[in-house]
Design a protein around this ligand. Structure first.
Ligand SMILES: [Zn+2]
Ligand SMILES: [Zn+2]
Length: 339
């Protein structure tokens, strides 16, 4: 079986692994059709992903086809095309027992903590497969990215009266934007890159965008006649942005950290209390979010996402990878075609 292994930072290697799968009850053998590439993969490649061990087969944004099912099929059939929920929970811990499988105490993410989908075949727990034979393979591969945004917006419990600021218009920010639009809230998007804001306006139908420069705060104050955002999503993973974001929230508002970084976040407690803010973290997504998104896409409540800017073959991936996520390439989302 052809497998692409990240042997060490910066070094991919194609391997031909002998693969005679024996499925345990509850597992399904799938053929990998598409793999989406994201920031996590790039960090792993650059060696900047903490707690990451090598060698590792990357790939957690997956479109697959069912080959063989062992045990309960959950209604799946051989040949069904599915999106994969790559968050393998233990099912036993306190979080899992409360249904919070997205933040399982022993969570293992495919392609991060254990080997992922950059291979011809993969074995996954059957209940982590979310089928849709109506969606295209590329769309199935970006459902995981959408789910990150979907879960963050669920955490915030948005209403139509909310004014929402999304900071960071990379793929995660864009996925948040999709759900803010669906909730009918007023939206403004901020980013340091003019080109990303232009993309939001032209391709995502975002009315208000603001460049995140030194005049950002003043412009935000005047945009809604002195009203501030009631909900701020930070999708940058940038500590300076994350700490500054407290200032942009209205009194009684919420701040949701979707992006993350490895370090400490500090904030001024009197300001936090004066505003009576709510600070929320958002991690991964649950089964329910994957199903909801597939349903929205199948029924046209959510349009096809315009973010796949690069498509490439499995063979050309190692050579293209280093330059793939350079901002100068205009990449939003790259998808690899395996078969
Ligand atoms: Zn990802
Ligand atoms: Zn658990």
């Amino acid at each position: 079986m052809k497998t692409l292994s990240l042997r060490e930072p910066g070094q991919f290697e194609f391997l031909d692994i002998s693969f005679e799968p024996t499925l345990q009850e509850g597992e399904t053998l799938v053929k990998v059709l598409r793999v989406g590439i994201c920031g996590t993969d790039l960090h792993a490649f650059r060696g900047k992903q903490p707690f990451f061990s090598y060698p590792r087969v990357l790939g957690h944004e997956l479109a697959v086809e069912v080959v063989e099912i062992s045990g309960d099929s959950y209604g799946l059939k051989v040949g069904d095309r599915c999106s994969v929920e790559p968050y393998l929970d233990c099912g036993q811990c306190q979080a899992c027992r409360r249904g919070l499988t997205n933040c399982c105490e022993k969570l293992q993410v495919l392609g991060v903590h254990i080997d992922g989908g950059m291979a011809e075949y993969l074995i996954v727990p059957t209940d982590k497969l979310h089928p849709s034979n109506r969606l295209k393979e590329d769309q199935l591969a970006i459902i995981e990215t959408l789910a990150i945004g979907g879960h963050a917006v669920e955490r915030a419990e948005l209403g139509t009266e909310d004014i929402v600021l999304v900071i960071g218009a990379g793929p995660i920010g864009l996925s948040v934007i999709e759900f803010v639009k669906m909730a009918g809230a007023t939206l403004v998007v901020a980013d340091r890159e003019e080109s990303r804001l232009k993309f939001c306006e032209e391709r995502m139908g975002v009315k208000h965008t603001l460049l995140a420069d030194e005049w950002f705060h003043e412009r935000l104050l005047t945009l809604f006649d002195g009203y501030l955002p009631t909900v701020v999503f930070d999708a940058t993973g940038n500590p300076a942005s994350m700490m500054k974001a407290f200032e942009y929230c209205a009194h009684g508002g919420k701040l949701v950290y979707v992006g993350l970084f490895q370090g400490e976040v500090t904030f001024h407690d009197p300001s936090f209390h004066r505003k009576e803010l709510t600070l929320l973290a958002s991690r991964n997504a649950t089964h329910h979010t994957f199903r909801t998104i597939i349903n929205h896409l199948e029924n046209g409540r959510m349009g096809p996402t315009p973010w796949i800017t690069h498509q490439l073959s499995f063979d050309e991936l190692p050579a293209q990878f280093p330059s793939l996520l350079e901002p100068s390439n205009g990449t939003i989302k790259a998808v690899v075609q395996l078969q």
